[in-house]
Design a protein around this ligand. Sequence first.
Ligand SMILES: Cc1cc2nc3c(=O)[nH]c(=O)nc-3n(C[C@H](O)[C@H](O)[C@H](O)COP(=O)(O)O)c2cc1C
Length: 180
Amino acid sequence: MERRPITTSEFKTDIFDTFLKDWMLLTAGDFQSGRFNQMTIAWGFMGGMWFKPAVMVVVRPQRHTLQFMDKYDDFTICAFPESKKEVLSFCGSHSGKELNKTQECGLTPIPGEKSNAPGYEEATLIIECRKLYRDQYKAKNFLEKSILDSCYPERDLHYMFVGEIMHISGIDKYRRKSFS
Ligand SMILES: Cc1cc2nc3c(=O)[nH]c(=O)nc-3n(C[C@H](O)[C@H](O)[C@H](O)COP(=O)(O)O)c2cc1C
């Protein structure tokens, strides 16, 4: 995939579609040792926090990926072409507890520019992040109580991670100006 570095000023995307409709792959761990795990995400934010470009992702306690998010300092979120939607479905419905998803899903992990967590050769967009903040949603803090019952009947409240965006690489559609 023809990706190039993109600065945060040049970066553009339909952020609601990128998360909610197209989905992304969250990967945490270490490329060099091969200890990493990936899962599909559709919930998250991207913007600014503490004067830094940042993303927020949420991971339920039972996800295998959580232990990698906790252990390692950085993570990546990647977008893929529509042709890889089945791969995202697979990574969103199978756990690394049971199988090696990297082998099963046929993606090619590649080293990050700034992060130890990998991106993927097949990705159209790779956003490398360094963890800044971790917390777990708390039932008592929900102002809209119906969300608790609809999204957390088991009360498996997500852990949220805010990560500083350290590096972005993507295909032309994620850049404000076309490549010259
Ligand atoms: C479209 C889609 C979006 C998802 N979004 C999230 C999410 O934002 N947070 C989360 O914890 N799980 C999410 N999941 C569920 C995980 O991807 C799924 O449970 C996965 O198998 C976890 O893998 P793991 O156990 O290897 O970490 C999503 C699943 C799908 C199909």
